[in-house]
Design a protein around this ligand. Structure first.
Ligand code: SF4
Length: 485
């Protein structure tokens, strides 16, 4: 499947979304709705596995959007039963950019005590070593996905139940994982000991739901109960929710970028709406980096709440200076070369009447390669703006993520090779400023900023301090930050 749009490679790409439901009739229909609400976390492919006491396990996997694949009665009738899990994927491991259907989750395994399916959000940082070892010991892999290691590790475990085997398997896994799994009768949710990727628990009627984000609970009318804690495993059956902590307890390192960009603004993270946090980031950005201007405009859509915050704090009027075409994605799913060359104009258009003769502050969530920022700046100047000032709602992205987010190689990250001033010059803007790491921590609810001795979040893509050693990548030649950097 080709990349959806030529300029989308200038964003960090969301990882995956997972969703599961137990204790409702036709659970797969709820899962399809949940996955639809999580579509921003992965658009390449999706899959659903269900279990029915009569029909047993069934699965369906498809490329493309949930709404195009999991809405027909014919398809949904193939996944009956009161228990189902699902996954939407953008490949972060495995056959990147050329997903094979065998890489589409959930994965299924048949064990002595019955079958189990598993959907994984995150990235296993020691997957290469695990895979090598498993293959040497006779495992036959069906896919190129790192997540399949979990099924093979479970197969080798001597645990007496599937949750026991999963626990043992996950103790050998390093990196980031939020897992939603199922047996014939149980829905299981697990978060890695650092809790890098999100996972929440909801209640629907007499049943329960697990989801990457709360926005997907809302769509099925489920009540948000709580976040699954870092290192927690929940096993849910008709008797209720059992919780335990099978891993060594460690300080949490939730992905701070979920607050900035990945999660939907209508989700709740850490007890606070993502929208409110992004607005607070915009306020902090305005305090740290004021500038005289006539208008504050978001780069839509992800820059919007931060732009509103910036405007409120600075008193400079907010305006929709750039309009996004919401329907472009469906029209040019396989862009021709001619259309590709139109680049960012396909998706964004400048509201000329507003911009002409104005000093404009553009608020964006991040700068990755900088290619889109440059094009947007040109569009704004073409529309007659007097000055263009970029304000960025995250610190410079100078390091790749190895925990389930697709990032370009380090040398492709603008901030890895240039200082802030050099970036401003490269983008040819009147000014370019990023929120500081401390400012970002304050905005996400840490009044004293970042604890340098033990950071409260994962912020490796900004700081280069990786909370889990990315051993596979080091083996492939990745160089960690040195003391001098
Ligand atoms: S490296 Fe960045 S994107 Fe990746 S988990 Fe850490 S904060 Fe999130």
């Amino acid at each position: 499947m080709p990349p959806a749009h030529p300029f989308d490679d200038d964003k960090l790409r969301e990882e995956c979304g997972v969703f599961g439901v137990v204790g409702v009739q036709d659970a797969a229909n709820f899962v399809a709705l949940g996955l639809h609400a999580l579509q921003h976390r992965g658009q390449e492919a999706g899959g659903i596995v269900s279990h029915d006491p009569v029909e047993g396990f069934n699965s369906v996997r498809r490329f493309g959007y949930v709404r195009d694949n999991f809405t027909s009665q014919d398809v949904m009738a193939t996944v009956p039963g009161p228990l189902a899990i699902g996954h939407v994927r953008y490949s972060t491991a495995g056959s990147k950019g050329q997903t094979a259907i065998r890489d589409v989750q959930p994965f299924f395994g048949e064990f002595a005590m019955g079958g189990a399916a598993i959907a994984h959000n995150g990235n296993i940082t020691n997957a290469n070593a695990l895979r090598r070892e498993l293959i040497e010991r006779g495992s036959i892999f069906q896919s190129s996905s790192d997540s399949e290691c979990i099924i093979h590790l479970m197969a080798r475990s001597m645990g007496r139940s599937i949750p026991d085997r999963m626990e043992e398997a996950l103790r050998k896994v390093e990196g980031a994982f939020s897992v939603v799994a199922m047996t014939r009768t149980k829905l299981i949710g697990v978060r890695d000991p650092l809790g890098v990727r999100p996972l929440v628990l909801g209640k629907i009627g007499d049943g329960y739901a697990l989801s990457s984000e709360t926005c997907a609970l809302d769509i099925i009318g489920a009540e948000f109960i709580r976040e699954i804690e870092p290192g927690e495993m929940v096993v849910i059956n008709d008797k209720g929710v059992e919780s335990h902590f099978p891993f060594r307890r460690q300080p949490s390192k939730f992905c701070i970028f979920e607050h900035v960009y990945f999660s939907r603004p209508d989700s709740i993270l850490g007890g606070r709406s993502v929208y409110e946090t992004r607005e607070a980031i915009g306020r902090e950005l305005a305090k740290e980096n004021p500038i005289e201007a006539d208008l504050v405009c978001p780069v839509p859509d992800s820059g919007t709440p931060a732009a509103i915050g910036y405007s409120l704090e600075s008193g400079i009027p907010y305006a929709m200076g750039i309009i996004r075409n919401q329907y472009m994605g469906r029209t040019f799913i396989e862009p021709t070369e001619q259309i590709r060359n139109m680049g960012v104009r396909l998706k964004l258009n400048v509201n000329r009447a507003l911009i002409q003769g104005k000093r404009v502050i553009l608020v964006d969530d991040s700068v990755v390669r900088g290619t889109t920022s440059r094009k947007i700046k040109e569009m704004i100047l073409d529309a007659g703006a007097k000055e263009v000032h970029f304000r960025i709602a995250s610190p410079p992205t100078a390091w790749p993520c190895f925990y389930g987010v697709d990032t370009p190689d380090r040398d492709k990250l603008l901030a890895a090779t240039m200082t802030e001033d050099q970036m401003a010059e490269h983008l040819a803007v009147d000014s370019l400023k990023f929120i500081s790491l401390d400012g970002l921590y304050r905005a996400v609810g840490e009044p004293s900023g970042r604890d340098k001795g033990c950071p409260q979040y994962c912020d490796a893509c900004f700081s280069g301090e990786y909370p889990v050693t990315p051993s596979d990548m080091i083996e492939r030649g990745f160089e960690m930050k040195t003391a001098a950097e």
